[in-house]
Design a protein around this ligand. Structure first.
Ligand code: GDP
Ligand code: MN
Length: 380
């Protein structure tokens, strides 16, 4: 799960990483209040989970209230690479002397953590990585040994950070490593990490990706999950514990297993239709899971027909069939449903469904026939 910049900075702060004082705002008035609290001059920053906000006009300096009004007004509602800005972060502006880059992530082939540090940070870091890769000092960290201050001190020298920044930067890198490990991040990135004209080193931006496999030991991550997605369909699915991704088409899709769900998308496309979603209900598709899946798909006004594609392996088709019957008693479905049930106990499953079949609940023998039928019903 990716965090917004402001959440990343709050996360950093828990590990002692210095950032600037600031506040979030969803309206121009809130932005003014946050600016007063942070102290002028401020910087108004679009909160979207995509890089390159500065270049897109989503990061603006403001010297006074009029400028905050102007910039917050422009940035709120702005579209940045397909992401609508609903919230800004307003922080006290820094006087930048130097922009560096620092990050930790996992180097899977090496089976080690990888730190990257560069004296040439800022908005062009991707270009630096391509044209001048030696400007990035890489440090592998053995997770058993961890990162100590002595190693970090050598590292900042090797990366050619300015001498006056080195001591603070080394300490900050140890904190960033601790945040990355103890905070269960897949990525902890600061770009730019700045040296101010007053000789202070701090994080001006924050890009944090949390490892959701560790969410069981982080009850506090629930706050982040609440702001994780804007798509109301994905929110609803997440609340029901479903593996769902919203798409643009008109055929709702329910399948057991991610591979089968993706194949279902392909076959629907192949016969001229378009999927409204990806939805993998996983194994053990009982009535609760099936009802939750149908509810989510039913709530999507773009859906015109639903394709339930089940291949029983460990999952037994008769259980799924019972799940479908029970779910249909609970949820009133707007769209016709086409079922393809195959695999373990398929015969028993089809027998359970037989008395319930109608124009609105159709069974087909193969995946391809079912796809053709559902696409026809969706009116494609
Ligand atoms: P990104 O473009 O999405 O990576 O957003 P950043 O938070 O990294 O900001 C982009 C750029 O805006 C930075 O590299 C800085 O050059 C500039 N910027 C951001 N905050 C400040 C600030 O407090 N003072 C000054 N002078 N520039 C800032
Ligand atoms: Mn940045």
């Amino acid at each position: 799960m990716d965090l917004f910049e402001y959440q990343g900075k709050q996360y950093f702060a828990r590990f002692g990483i210095p950032t600037s004082a600031g506040g979030v705002a969803d309206t121009v008035d809130e932005a003014l209040a946050a600016a007063e609290a942070a102290g002028y001059p401020v910087v108004v920053k679009a909160q979207v989970k995509v890089g390159g906000r500065g270049k897109a006009g989503g990061v603006k300096l403001a010297a006074n209230a009029d400028e905050v009004r102007e910039h917050a007004g422009n940035i709120l509602g702005m579209d940045i690479k397909g992401h609508t800005v609903h919230r800004v972060w307003v922080e006290h502006a820094s006087d930048i002397a130097k922009e560096y880059y620092a990050s930790f992530t996992l180097d899977r082939p090496a089976k080690l953590h990888l730190g990257m540090l560069s004296a040439e940070g800022g908005v062009e870091i991707e270009e630096v990585a391509v044209t001048n890769p030696e400007a990035i000092a890489r440090l592998h960290v053995n997770p058993i040994e961890g990162l100590d201050l002595a190693t970090a001190t050598k590292w900042v020298a090797e990366a050619n950070l300015d001498p006056e920044a080195r001591e603070q930067a080394a300490a900050l890198l140890v904190q960033l490593y601790t945040c990355y490990v103890e905070g269960d991040c897949d990525l902890a990135e600061i770009n730019p990490l700045i040296l101010t004209t007053d000789g202070e080193v701090k994080a001006l931006d924050a890009k944090v990706t949390l490892d959701e496999n560790a969410s069981f030991r982080h009850p506090e991550w629930e706050d982040y999950a609440a702001t994780d997605t804007e798509d109301p369909r994905e929110k609803m699915a997440k609340e029901r514990g479903l593996n769902y991704i919203g798409l643009e088409g008109s055929v709702g899709i329910i399948a057991n297993g991610a591979g089968l769900a993706m194949s279902t998308l392909d076959v629907v496309n192949q016969v001229g239709g378009s999927a409204a979603n990806f939805l993998d209900i996983g194994g053990g598709a009982n009535a609760d899971v099936m009802a939750a899946a149908l509810e989510v798909i039913n709530a999507d006004p773009a859906v015109r027909a639903i394709f339930v594609n089940i291949f029983g392996g460990i999952t037994r088709v008769d259980e799924v069939a019972n799940g479908v019957v029970a779910a249909l008693e609970r949820v009133e479905i707007r769209s016709p449903i086409v079922l393809r049930l195959d695999g373990t106990n398929a015969i028993e499953g089809r027998a359970i469904l037989a008395p319930h079949l109608s124009e609105r609940l159709v069974a087909e023998a193969t995946m391809l026939e079912a796809a053709r039928r559902v696409v026809a019903l969706a009116g494609n």
